[in-house]
Ligand binder design. Sequence first.
Ligand code: ATP
Ligand code: MG
Length: 360
Amino acid sequence: MSKIILTGDRPTGRLHVGHYVGSLRRRVELQNSGEYDKVFIMIADAQALTDNFDNPEKVRENIIEVALDYLSVGLDPAKSTIFIQSQIQELCELCFYYMNLVTVSRLQRNPTVKSEIQLRKFETSIPVGFFTYPISQAADITAFKATTVPVGEDQLPMLEQAKEIVHKFNTTYAPVLVDPEVLLPENDACRRLPGTDGKAKMSKSLGNCIYLADDADTVSQKIKTMYTDPLHLKVSDPGHLEGNTVFTYLDAFCRPEHFERFWPDYANLEELKAHYQRGGLGDVKVKKFLEKVMQETLEPIRARRKELEKDIPAIYEILKKGSEEAREVAAQTLSEVKSAMRINYFEDMDLIRRQSEKYM
Ligand code: ATP
Ligand code: MG
């Protein structure tokens, strides 16, 4: 069986370092590994509209931002198909049929949807489109017969939902859909990177992000004011690692060679953590180290972005070509889905013959 990747992002803002450690970094590795037959990367504008329906300009403006971020981190249109969700109308059709396979109470139980409803203060006026976006996401994944979906931890309930739909479809109709497997990032810090304010998740919608496109001074400023350990008042006080954003970011970004280069007093992160916990190590020093590590990671991404920004029409061309390619694949799956569901009347010569015989 082919190995196929599908993943994507909502164009609700520029991409941030949470996306980088939670998904983008791994995507680039997978793309370059040569182990996958196809890699599909989707800019989920239709999904973004489910909670931004009254702000289409925001979604429209951010498509190019997300595309620039993709190419800057090393996604390569020669190896990955980068496309825009709304341009693949087959996805709506799949979603419509999958809706029959899911109950309202099942959707209500989805923990990510629950917390997003709270966050967006929808209370009792939840748009139906938003409520059903896990079904639409199942359509995105299955349309490309994805075997592997590399995403952050918040997407686990969506994958579970998609797997249930695949199972239900395949047992009700015919085994057409492929069961997708989630690929989570390597450690807890990367699975759900907190915001610079220490809140549970860095998120475009919460305004607590370090963006990939932030200039060096902005990154520096954001690290300086980052949430640490509120009990660590004097340098001599013992420090806590739990909920300490600076250390979570080090877990996500730092490698042993960073110590060799930037802070040879310590051999590795474990030694640094032990000193912090004993006391006698100030937040400012740790933040300076984190800044060096992060600037080193972000600098080449920023430089590539500057180059790419010089030819915006070329980026739209990449998205257009990608969308055309993606559409062909989705159309093939939709056609298989429709025959499995017995709604392929005009292609089924057997049906036409049998019905004529009935009236002979
Ligand atoms: P929004 O606030 O509009 O939902 P977002 O910042 O949550 O935006 P998405 O486009 O919803 O970003 O998510 C895209 C991908 O990035 C998903 O795979 C998601 O799991 C991952 N991701 C998003 N935020 C983080 C984070 N803080 N840590 C790790 N992964 C993340
Ligand atoms: Mg999100």
